[in-house]
Design a protein around this ligand. Structure first.
Ligand code: GLC
Length: 428
């Protein structure tokens, strides 16, 4: 019997430790993105492994931010040791920090004397700091932009991309009509209208460019106000009245479906994040060399607005190999790695110093404009329950642009639900 107990203890100890990583030379990293982005990450990871004689388990995540978050939450709620590291959307870092899932990075930072000022101050403050602790670092920064077909604007006598939304509608109607003679699938303007986080970003931009929106210094405002109603009405009109945005805008249009639609030469304008630039300029892209990039248009009394997005690297509090995890973070945020991401994927680095690098500027001439756009970009509410807020807003905005609920009613109902969500969380 004694013998049996002895073997049982040995067996249990073995099983438990075998769940741990076998040695101190291994970590796992969860990253989401488009397939070409993940392939590039794979090269970056291989390079790190070679340099450091270690093993990194690369866990490929979805490119959809909402699905990506769900996948990570399952592991973190269960306090799993894997993944040690992950990329987080700026929209949900605070939720992760408030749930106590993130390892504060200040001690590692000061130990290695890393200069914080190389990063955009606004981004470090807004996205990467929680209760005075540094809990993530920016890998790349996003802001919504207008992509346009330079060749088509020239062909139809327009010298510049539109400054106002009305100009965008006028140019689209004229060019769509003519282009449809050769291409019946051609549309004026594609943007993200499916029911997901991307729609919230688009709404923030339309409304923000009309002096509307839903937050002011992190306070939720009432959605049902004249500026927001007019902006949402305009989003509806793009699809149903002017018919310059395709009917599947509210069922299917996410970042990559929009990008592919535009890349296949089926649209004059597209709203997207900076990542689309490098893909549109690939040799295989039918619109290579034919596109320009500009700030998004605005309403007559407003000014151009871009939503602040981006992805940040964070370390799990439950990691059992923090020294190696930190080494990998340092490598990802280093000048050289960030330069590679920028040169290969067209990502906008979280480091400011790369915006003066001559190679970077040569490859991405639009970067000089972007620095300013990032500084003014509109953040989403930085609260731990943002996901609930977003789910509620997505649902009503999507129903409104699909024509299922009248505009004013959708915003009023969103306000009602939002006040319950906020009350529920603020009372906790
Ligand atoms: C991009 C942005 C992210 C945003 C998402 C919406 O990935 O970087 O911040 O939440 O798009 O789809």
């Amino acid at each position: 019997m004694k013998f049996f107990v002895f073997y049982l203890i040995i067996f249990c100890a073995f099983t438990l430790t075998s769940c741990r990583k076998q040695d101190k030379h291994e970590i796992s990293v969860a990253i989401g993105g488009a397939p070409s982005e993940l392939d590039f990450w794979n090269d970056i990871i291989k390079n790190f492994e070679k340099k450091n004689g270690c093993k990194i388990k690369f866990l490929r995540q979805s490119s959809d931010t909402d699905q990506n978050r769900q996948q990570l939450i399952i592991a973190l709620r269960a306090k799993k040791r894997n993944p040690d590291l992950f990329l987080m959307d700026t929209a949900w870092i605070v939720q992760f920090a408030a749930s106590q899932w993130l390892e504060p990075l200040d001690q590692y930072f000061s130990h290695d004397k890393i200069d914080k000022s190389v990063f955009f101050k606004k981004i470090i403050t807004l996205s990467d700091t929680y209760k005075n602790e540094l809990i993530a670092l920016p890998v790349y920064v996003d802001a919504g932009m207008l992509y346009y077909r330079k060749d088509l604007l020239n062909k139809y006598g327009f010298n510049n991309p539109p400054n106002t939304w009305q100009e965008l509608v006028d140019q689209s109607i004229k060019i769509q009509k003519k282009e449809r003679r050769q291409n019946p699938n051609f549309y004026g303007f594609v943007w993200q209208g499916a029911q997901y986080e991307g729609l919230v970003c688009c709404f923030l931009e339309f409304a923000g460019s009309n002096n509307g929106g839903f937050i002011n210094k992190n306070f939720m405002l009432k959605l049902n106000n004249p500026a927001n109603r007019q902006s949402l009405q305009f989003m509806y009109d793009l699809i149903h009245t002017y018919k310059i945005s395709p009917p599947n805008t509210y069922t299917e249009m996410r970042e990559d479906s929009t990008r592919l639609f535009f890349e296949n030469a089926n649209a004059l304008f597209q709203r997207n994040w900076p990542y689309a630039w490098a893909l549109l300029q690939k040799d295989s892209s039918p619109v290579k060399g034919k596109i320009g990039i500009a700030p998004l248009p605005h309403f007559p009394s407003g000014k151009s607005a871009a939503a602040l997005g981006g992805w940040h690297i964070g370390m799990s509090k439950f990691s059992d190999n923090k020294p190696l995890a930190w080494k990998f973070i340092k490598y990802v945020i280093s000048y050289d790695t960030q330069k590679k991401f920028t040169m290969e994927l067209g990502w906008n680095p979280g480091r400011q110093d790369l915006y003066n690098d001559p190679d970077v500027l040569r490859k991405n001439p639009h970067f000089s404009k972007l620095k300013q756009i990032f500084r003014n970009a509109l953040a989403r509410p930085n609260v731990p329950y943002y996901t609930q807020i977003s789910n509620c807003i997505q649902k009503y905005l999507n129903a409104a642009i699909a024509g299922k609920i009248p505009i004013a009613q959708s915003l009023k109902r969103a306000d009602n639900d939002l006040s319950k969500i906020i009350k529920n969380y603020e009372q906790k």
